[in-house]
Design a protein around this ligand. Structure first.
Ligand SMILES: Cc1cc2nc3c(=O)[nH]c(=O)nc-3n(C[C@H](O)[C@H](O)[C@H](O)COP(=O)(O)OP(=O)(O)OC[C@H]3O[C@@H](n4cnc5c(N)ncnc54)[C@H](O)[C@@H]3O)c2cc1C
Length: 430
């Protein structure tokens, strides 16, 4: 049985390991256009900043492929012939498969500004190749515009600033990262990033890009901004362009349609996992999840399905953490946000408790439904998502969580507990 896995990142390698554990004799081939060794994409920024070497971000040792008898093909897949059971490669023809996993991840969403790609100076930060190109171009003293207010946008603003560029962070939305932060939380992030010397501009749309000796941006109707380089950080899209026109069904957002349990796609013996897979969310909507740990879990589920195990992929409760410069961000569970797709449609009595720390750049938001805590969003302090997820599963009340809050703090021994003040805002309704 030949298992071909397109994608040699977290979803792909985890699937390969599951298959090998179950089938000693299977032939397993991983195809990647990006790198010979899987690496933590989430740590790419630390390589840019010189804090890690690229090899430090590889999460399995390099001997793994030989030990597991995984074959590797370093090439780009340009098509899938499902009837003929083969993937078409850019350089070396075709590769036949018995079972095929698409673990092809995301690519940067391209800017829609006319002329953006007609010349040099416009970059992205998703693939290793994006990272290398930006690393070469980003010289201290240059002026940079980072377009896009999400997690990748703030990371790029940070690494360019650390390199000594003068950075303008341009965010079209009313505030930064609206899929994860509300207005009050974003204000803390924006102030923090500004304090580091980055020019943060929310509610700012880049409407034109003209080329000359520099890149001349127009902000809004007529405000000019000259920079030496632009990084488009306006989100990611499933890496599925080569599947358009194949038998593999894609959703409107370009993700590979999967069965709810990840047991297959629209085509027999073709599977999908990770950032490229359209899956069912808790609120019933269908879209890719684009998270590191869900790509890992999906890879494992798809690998099990490929060896014939019955699988039932269900994402565990959401959690994530990140850092905006040196400001901690931690989230767990369900937190309703401005974006309609993140609103829970189910009826109930919703409450949101929000406390901004009186003396620190820190905040805590706790969401409860029918007096059971369902989600947390925090900035500035370090919190244990493990404890929060436990409390959510134990269906703790808001009052109980307030009382026990310090038990979820990583910093408890060293600093004052996060205050639960009467001045906190309690908002009723989702
Ligand atoms: C800068 C950055 C920071 C991030 N930070 C976080 C974070 O803090 N927390 C978090 O949870 N997530 C984060 N993510 C998201 C996380 O990295 C992804 O969810 C995860 O990498 C998805 O894994 P994957 O295996 O599905 O795909 P990817 O990691 O995208 O890998 C895709 C693989 O497919 C291969 N491939 C694609 N197309 C082809 C083709 N046509 N032919 C051959 N090979 C192909 C690529 O070469 C690669 O090997 C971040 C992402 C970026 C870009």
């Amino acid at each position: 049985m030949h298992h071909v896995i397109v994608g040699n990142s977290i979803a792909g390698i985890e699937a390969a390991l599951v298959i090998r554990r179950r089938d000693e004799s299977a032939r397993i081939t991983l195809v990647s256009a990006e790198s010979d060794h899987p690496f933590a994409r989430t740590a790419m920024m630390y390589v840019f900043c010189g804090q890690l070497r690229q090899a430090d971000t590889e999460f399995y040792d390099r001997g793994l492929y030989e030990r597991m008898r995984f074959e590797r093909v370093r090439d780009r897949v340009v098509g899938v012939d499902c009837a003929g059971r083969r993937v078409l490669l850019e350089r070396v023809g075709a590769l036949g498969y018995d079972r095929l996993l698409l673990a092809i991840g995301s690519a940067a969403r391209r800017l829609t500004l006319a002329g953006a790609y007609d010349g040099p100076g416009v970059f992205h930060y998703v693939s290793l190749q994006d990272h290398v190109a930006l690393d070469v171009a980003a010289k201290a003293g240059l002026r940079a515009a980072v377009i896009g207010g999400g997690l990748i946008g703030v990371e790029v603003a940070e690494i360019l600033h650390a390199r000594g560029l003068r950075v303008h962070w341009l965010v079209r939305d009313a505030w930064t990262w609206p899929v994860a932060l509300d207005r009050d939380e974003a204000a803390i992030v924006e102030a923090h990033v500004r304090d580091h010397g980055v020019d943060v501009r929310a509610a700012t749309e880049v409407t034109r890009l003209d080329r000359g000796s520099a890149l001349k941006l127009t902000l809004g109707v007529e405000e000019p901004l000259e920079v030496d380089l632009v990084v488009g950080a306006v989100g990611v899209v499933p890496n599925t362009r080569f599947l358009v026109g194949s038998d593999v069904a894609l959703s409107v957002d370009g993700g590979v349609e999967t069965r709810a349990d990840l047991s297959s796609t629209s085509v027999p013996d073709v599977y999908a996992a990770g950032d490229c897979a359209t899956v069912t969310w808790a609120d019933g909507s269908r879209r890719p999840e684009t998270l590191w740990y869900t790509a890992r879990d999906q890879g494992r589920a798809a690998g099990a399905a490929m060896v014939g195990d019955s699988v039932n992929y269900r994402r565990s409760t959401w959690y994530n953490s990140a850092k905006f410069f040196d400001l901690e961000y931690t989230t767990a569970g369900y937190v309703p946000l401005a974006e309609p797709a993140r609103r829970d449609p189910t009826p109930g009595h919703w409450q949101t408790w929000f406390q901004q720390h009186p003396n620190e750049a820190a905040s805590l938001r706790i969401v409860a439904k029918d007096d059971r805590v369902v989600g947390f969003n925090a900035l500035g302090r370090r919190w244990s998502t493990e404890v929060w997820l436990r409390w959510i599963h134990e269906r703790r009340t808001l009052a109980w969580v307030h009382h026990h809050l310090a038990e979820s703090s990583f910093d408890e021994e060293f600093i004052e507990p996060f205050p639960v003040l009467p001045s906190a805002i309690l908002h009723e309704g989702a």
